[in-house]
Structures are given as C-alpha cells and as structure tokens.
Design a protein around this ligand. Structure first.
Ligand SMILES: [Fe+2]
Length: 404
C-alpha cells in the first residue's frame, strides 16, 4: 500500500497501450529544481512574504517554466510534438499563475469559529484526511427535492428519450439552484461545516455553486477502457480535480448503495504519489491539450468521450515527457489490471453509502476520488463547490433572505 508512486510507474511501464519506441525528452535536474524551489517557497510562505519577495517568486516560476519547456522544445523537430509542448506550456502558465495568486491570499481568523466540537473534529479530518462526512436532516433533503422536483422530472424524461450527457441530466444555474444553495448554506452553517472549511483554507467559505444531477445506469462514459486488455481496471475514473482553491461536497438526495453510483475516495493516495510541483501542474492540465475548438491537435488526436488517453497519438506525446514531469490527474483509467498499483488503490478505496442527506466535504484537488458510476437504479445528488465569500456577497445573501 505504501509505495504508490513506484507502483504506478511500474504499471505504466508494463501497460501494453503505453509502450512506444521513442526517446523521452530530457529535462536537466537543475531546471526542474529551480522551478520547484520557487514554487515551493510561494506555496509555503505565500502570505508571509513581502510584496517584492512574492513578486520575485512569481517572476522566477514563470522564467523557469519557460526555460524548462524551451529545453524540451529544442529536442523535437516534429510539428505535432512541438504543438503539444506549446499547448501544455500555456496550460501550465495559466494554472501556475492562478495557484500563485491563491498562495498570496491573506488568511483570516475572524468570522471562522471552532468553538463547536463538531466543527473542530471536521476541521481536523479535513487537515488529516482531506475530507469529512456528515448528514443533512431529512426535512432539508425534502425541501431541496421539492425545489428541484420539476427539474428532476425533466431529467428522467430526457434519460428515457436517450439523453445521457451530463449537461442534459443536470442543472447548475438559475433560481432553482439559488434556492438550493440557500438551503445548503443554512444547513452547512448550522452544522459547522463552513467553519471547518474556513479553518482548512484560511478563508471564509460558503457554498457558491451547486449542480443538481440525476445519474442513470445507461450512461456508460466511465466504463470505456483499452480494447487490448482482458478487463478494465477496478479504478476507472479515479482522479484529482484541477483547482486547488475550491473544495467540494457531494450530497446524496436519494439513498445510495454500492450499486447505484456511490462516491468513493482513496485516503492518503495523493500524498503517496509525492508529486513534484511541476509534475503535479502538468498532471492537472495535460488532459486539456488538444481540446480547444481552434487547436490544431484536436483533429489529430480525435479523442473519444473527452478522454485524452483514448488517443494513441496523445499517449505517445504524453509518454515523451520526462518521467519527472509526467503525470495525469485522471490516471484511474490507465492503471494496469492485476497490477500492484490496482491492488494498492483498491485496498485504500472507501465508499460513501447512505440515505439521502449523506454528504462528504472534501478537497478534490488533494483527495483521489470518483463516483456516479451506476450498475442499476438511479442516483440524485448535488455537486457543491465552495468558494471564498466576502462582505458584499454576505450582504447580498442577507438581502435575499429578507426578500424570501
Ligand atoms: Fe472530481
């Protein structure tokens, strides 16, 4: 269970779909270390550095990122490979600057209370295992289901007619969602969940976004795997999220057991990967390469189901990256069946089963997770995204409450 990093490296090296006759790009250790050091300093000391010191970190990260990608670019004459590197570099620049801004945030203590024992326990669970579990009262679940009733009827009708895309079976904006968020924030605040999140992130948090979703067994986007393997890995769709600034929650609105799409999580797996900063950045965004409508790689890769690794050409490019900066945050699909990595991950996996109202609050960027893959029945759930709240948002919310 312990050496997940080595086990996953071994799994790729033995996986028949990831073997290519080609030389990996080389990245000088000093170039990798220069980026990682500057990034680590910003991540660890962000709020404590002076504006000038922090600005130095930002400049340094951007400069070293350029140096690293220039080194790789100098090793290819293939235009598609060059394009892959160019897009990956753009994605890394975008994400690193977003993360650096987050590291710079001023942490708060006012407005976050750990007086309640529940909030203290939840905060500790978030810090130690990147998640905590809870349950909304049955009345709150009923209230949410009432508000969402018309939408759910519509989703069931859409599914019956064969509409199975996620956007066809979910609702994430408009008055219904705003009403649901109001109920969620009221309940999460009462239970101390928002305080626990505030203690974890150092910012006052609230449920800022939600998506009401119906999952049905006919939707099989998650099941696709490599044709050449005797069976799929047991870790399909296990992934970490892209954004580090937005913890999430999954709230069941119907009873969920092992067969109708339980959310599951692999405590400690992210930590065991011991990714270096550049590798982690690459992993969070590499799947975006070739997705833009105007990308010359879009037609070249011809990815299926928005999954990058379904394209052999993409896999070839991915495997050209130096091992030290290679990672894919959605690696669950790529685990070799019967490998030590698969066994290790399965041994860690914990399933959240329970009645409607059961929820998990988690740091999706640092807790490997998956869910919504149904064998039978249906699942009604809310995907919730937490974000920083500020005075203006709190005032607007207060006024909405008055109008209600
Ligand atoms: Fe996720």
């Amino acid at each position: 269970v312990d050496d997940l990093k080595a086990q996953i490296a071994l799994s790729y090296s033995q996986h028949p779909e990831f073997q290519f006759e080609q030389q990996e790009f080389q990245l000088e250790r000093s170039a990798l270390a220069a980026f990682n050091d500057a990034y680590d300093l910003a991540r660890t000391c962000g709020g404590r550095l002076s504006a000038r010191q922090f600005d130095w970190c930002v400049q340094k990260c951007n400069r070293e990122l350029t140096t690293a990608f220039d080194q790789l670019k100098g090793q290819t004459t293939d235009s598609n490979e060059a394009c892959f590197l160019q897009e990956l570099r753009g994605e890394c620049e975008r994400l690193v600057n977003q993360e650096l801004r987050y590291f710079r945030r001023r942490t708060v203590t006012r407005g976050v209370s750990l007086n309640g024992s529940r909030a203290r326990a939840d905060a500790l669970n978030l810090l130690r295992s990147r998640h905590f579990l809870g349950k909304l009262p049955a009345e709150a679940v009923r209230e949410i289901l009432d508000v969402g009733a018309a939408a759910l009827t519509r989703f069931r009708e859409t599914a019956r007619r064969g509409g199975l895309r996620r956007d066809e079976l979910s609702l994430y904006q408009g008055p219904v969602v705003r009403a649901i968020l109001h109920i969620l924030n009221r309940e999460f605040r009462k239970q101390g969940a928002l305080d626990a999140l505030g203690a974890y992130t150092g910012e006052r948090m609230w449920a800022g976004g939600a998506s009401l979703e119906l999952s049905v067994p006919q939707a099989t986007w998650w099941a696709n795997s490599f044709a050449g393997l005797p069976r799929s890995p047991k870790t399909l769709y296990a992934h970490i999220d892209e954004t580090i600034a937005s913890p999430k929650a999954i709230v069941y609105l119907s009873d969920v057991d092992r067969m109708n799409g339980p959310t599951s999580y692999f405590a400690g797996a992210y930590e065991s990967l011991s990714l270096n900063p550049l590798q982690e950045l690459v992993g969070r965004v590499v799947g975006n390469v070739g997705n833009a409508a105007d990308s010359p790689l879009r037609a070249y890769y011809a990815k299926q189901y928005h999954q990058s690794m379904t394209s052999e050409r993409f896999r070839r490019h991915f495997m050209k990256l130096p091992a030290d900066m290679r990672f894919n945050s959605h690696f669950g699909w790529e685990i070799l069946p019967e490998s030590a990595a698969e066994n290790s991950l399965c041994a860690r996996e914990q399933f959240m089963v329970g009645e409607g109202g059961t929820y998990i609050v988690f740091d999706g960027a640092r807790l490997l997770h998956r869910g919504g893959m149904l064998e039978r029945g249906e699942r009604i759930a809310l995907q919730v995204v937490f974000s920083k709240t500020n005075l203006i948002r709190r005032m607007v919310r207060g006024m909405r409450t008055l109008w209600r």
